[in-house]
Design a protein around this ligand. Structure first.
Ligand code: HEC
Ligand code: HEC
Length: 232
């Protein structure tokens, strides 16, 4: 091999290794890992988080008050701080990349410290959840979905969504997110990403398994149901 070729291939190998380092392969955490991550979460400063939401341009997609202006982006207002913090770390450290849009988030968090993440998380958690969206399921569908949410479906090994996400969609303990008022587009995309195994941030594959047991119609109806829930 000529010296020039050798140097070129060395440079290529370095670039590939470097690129791989910059965006780590998506990593599925264990329950113990998530617990350790959250135990080490710094105490958040909501006032500083409010400033970061502007200075880091988060507001341009997620809104000045954490309410996304379109269904394209996720709303963050009223979200549990632990879940927001874990999500930001997943993008930065664990290679969360469920769809092309996640590239935007990987870039947005690239320079954030853990303190910054805890601060924006505290700010979003301090805000009221989004207003219920003016969408409606017809009465029969609402009854069916409400039952699925509250009781699950043992014949399909579906645990009640409410047992983890709260009876009012307010979120549960630790990293279990609030769902009330979430945008329909973001909700459906998220469930499909779990279903197809593109999103792997759920410890023990809980959400991946549940999403696989739901039909596309049920996922859409669940999104409408949660988008229209009154503020917790
Ligand atoms: C250009 C638009 C854009 C910008 C700027 C942006 N985000 Fe995002 N954000 C997204 C998209 C898209 C998603 C993925 C969710 C989805 O598919 O709807 C997301 C996801 C998130 C999530 C995870 C939400 C969930 O439900 O899993 C958090 C938390 C978040 N963003 C916080 C931030 C913060 C903090 C900033 C600023 C540092 C920021 N975002 C900047 C578009 C943006
Ligand atoms: C055993 C507890 C549990 C049950 C039951 C459960 N979830 Fe989840 N869900 C979670 C956890 C924990 C996460 C966060 C996982 C992660 O970090 O990726 C999550 C994440 C989600 C998200 C992503 C939210 C976001 O904005 O990123 C949606 C949507 C969701 N669940 C909907 C549902 C629905 C609908 C049901 C019922 C069919 C359900 N979940 C049942 C624990 C649960």
């Amino acid at each position: 091999m000529s010296r020039a070729l050798f140097l070129a291939s060395l440079a290529l190998a370095f670039n590939l290794a470097h690129a791989a380092h910059d965006s780590p392969a998506a990593h599925s955490p264990s329950v113990a890992e998530v617990r350790a991550t959250l135990a080490a979460m710094p105490k958040g400063n909501a006032a500083r988080g409010k400033q970061l939401n502007q200075s880091l341009m988060c507001a341009s997609c997620h809104g000045n008050e954490g309410v996304a202006p379109t269904s394209n982006w996720a709303s963050l207002a009223g979200q549990r701080a632990a879940y927001t913090y874990k999500s930001l770390l997943d993008y930065q450290k664990n290679g969360r990349h469920e769809n092309a849009r996640a590239t935007v988030m990987q870039a947005a968090v690239s320079g954030m410290s853990r303190q910054d993440m805890a601060d924006v998380a505290a700010w979003y958690a301090s805000l009221p959840a989004p207003n219920p969206a003016p969408v409606r399921l017809d009465a029969a569908a609402h009854t069916r979905i409400d039952r699925l949410v509250r009781r699950g479906d043992p014949t399909r090994l579906l645990t009640a969504c409410a047992s983890c996400h709260g009876a009012a969609g307010q979120g549960g303990i630790n990293e279990t997110p609030a769902l009330a008022g979430q945008t329909v587009g973001s909700f459906v995309r998220t469930m499909n990403d779990y279903r197809q195994g593109h999103r792997v941030t759920d410890a023990n594959q809980g959400m991946r398994q549940f999403a696989q047991r739901l039909s596309a119609q049920e996922i859409r109806a669940l999104a409408l149901y949660y988008a229209a829930l009154p503020k917790p």
